[in-house]
Design a protein around this ligand. Sequence first.
Ligand SMILES: [Zn+2]
Length: 260
Amino acid sequence: MIKLRKRPPVPPELLLPKVSKRKKYLEQIINNANYPSSKDFTPYWRGPVKTAIWGHHRGKCCYCERKRDNNRESDVEHFRPKTEIKDAGKPGYWWLAYEWKNYLFACKTCNEDHKITHFPLLPHGQRSTGERTSLADEHPILINPIDENPEDFIEYSWFTIGKNGLLVKMNGTDPDGRGEQTITIAGLNRTPLMRERATRIRRMDLIIEMVKIGQKHPDLSVADLARDMIQDLTSGGSKFAGFHRAYFRAAGFDAYVSTN
Ligand SMILES: [Zn+2]
């Protein structure tokens, strides 16, 4: 996980009258002491809205940082779940179902197999129950990569375990356990993902060797090339940029790491 850029302006499709009409319809259900079900939420977040959030995330899942096609194996993820909240029950944050600021782009594995409707709060957090209650007092555990920098909460370690071979694990670092719980909620230490991250190490080791050769032989342009490669692998649009940044920093190449 890495910090994402500021949100672009709200796509015009979310400002259409049909969207506010649907929100009023949801409000009526709540006022009648019922709970809206999944089918009550017309998915106006699909189509151009999804394309906009996908583009903003540079085609990457906000949690696992794998590239995903806009039309396949991906979702608009409601950061605050709309239908229900795991451990808090129904309703969910129905009034945020069409809020641009509540959307992230995620792969189906992170969203549908792991995060689902999880949205725990820190012990002192006050659950918001409607539009008139504050979100600022909630203090969510889950890290929103647009509002906060996940790299302040998460680090990486790499090791070999039996038949699994080399694995790259994410570890939470903050005293409140938000990093660790975010990793658990989004399933970021699932074995295939830990293995896939590890496949990047060989390439990074070769680049580090290139830098060292370049330092010994300044007449060759190999150091510049290696620096460009590090910048590429650590830029926000690169798959697993968060791990690449941590690995190059651990090797002493912080100055070459891109944070864009
Ligand atoms: Zn994912």
